[in-house]
Design a protein around this ligand. Structure first.
Ligand code: ADP
Ligand code: MG
Length: 249
């Protein structure tokens, strides 16, 4: 199994305040990891550090076998940042252009879309229920619609590793379920490796194999089966919450 992400003894601070302390875990190819924790527990900080967007105090981050500082195969990776806030309504790109940009980002020069690429864009727009919006400017759409466009953009390349920070926050429940099914399907049939951040600890256990429970430090890292059997986790969460999280029985 190839290690796609290897984090060792990672610590990060915002100004002088430590946000992450001594974090270690790995993500191997084909895995589906849920990163869970309360608001402010450092989930987004961790994702940003993994992507090289955040200075590191201690420790190391290796992506696809390369230290993040020299990693240069970003086309293998899809990233959906946490809600970007409202876009300028006049931002000059249509929905289909934004998704096409995601496709182009994964190409080597010269960057052109072929017929097959355009079909893939169309399929992704349909899967996420935004094909009827494809000629609209992205800034004119609602938050949930914009989030689906950004998701389509991250997914369209068929990346080997997909990193998503609170992807379901602005989605309504029906679309949310469809989104989780779609990601599980990509993981099973295409072998896409998934790292999904959520504060919704009650849902992710239905889909992910492994969990990292974060609260500035790692409270748990392992499979949901191990989580379910762990006496430390029973002591920490109580038996009822432990089994609401684990979804194993
Ligand atoms: P989560 O994603 O789990 O909600 P974050 O990683 O966003 O948590 O934040 C972790 C901690 O770092 C919080 O206490 C937050 O207030 C702080 N923090 C996040 N971003 C910044 C920033 N840009 N400047 C200062 N503090 C920050
Ligand atoms: Mg966050």
């Amino acid at each position: 199994m190839q290690e796609l992400i290897k984090v060792e003894n990672l610590s990060c601070s915002h100004e002088a305040v430590e946000a992450l302390s001594n974090i270690s875990f790995t993500v191997t190819s084909g895995d589906y990891l849920g990163i869970v924790g309360p608001n402010g527990s450092g989930k987004s900080t961790l994702v940003r550090a993994i992507l090289g967007l955040m200075p590191v105090n201690h420790g190391s981050i290796v992506l696809f076998g390369q230290p993040v500082a020299t990693f240069n195969s970003w086309e293998q990776l899809g990233y959906l940042p946490q809600n970007m806030g409202p876009l300028n309504p006049a931002f000059p790109a249509t929905v289909s252009e934004v998704v096409q940009m995601g496709m182009l980002a994964g190409k080597r020069l010269p960057r052109r879309l072929c017929r097959h690429d355009r079909q893939q864009v169309q399929i992704m727009l349909e899967l996420l229920g935004i094909d009827h919006l494809q000629c609209r400017l992205i800034g004119e759409l609602s938050g949930g619609q914009q989030q689906r466009v950004m998701l389509a953009r991250a997914l369209v390349n068929n990346p080997e590793l997909l990193i998503m920070d609170e992807p379901t926050a602005a989605l309504d429940p029906e679309i949310r379920d469809r989104f989780y099914e779609l990601i599980a399907e990509m993981n099973k049939t295409r072998g896409t490796t998934i790292l999904l951040v959520t504060h919704d600890s009650g849902t992710i256990g239905k889909y992910a194999y492994r969990m990292l429970y974060l609260d500035k430090k790692v409270l748990f890292w392992g499979t949901f089966e191990d989580f379910c059997k762990s006496p430390e986790m029973t002591a920490f969460f109580g038996e009822h919450s432990q089994h609401l999280i684990c979804h194993r029985h």
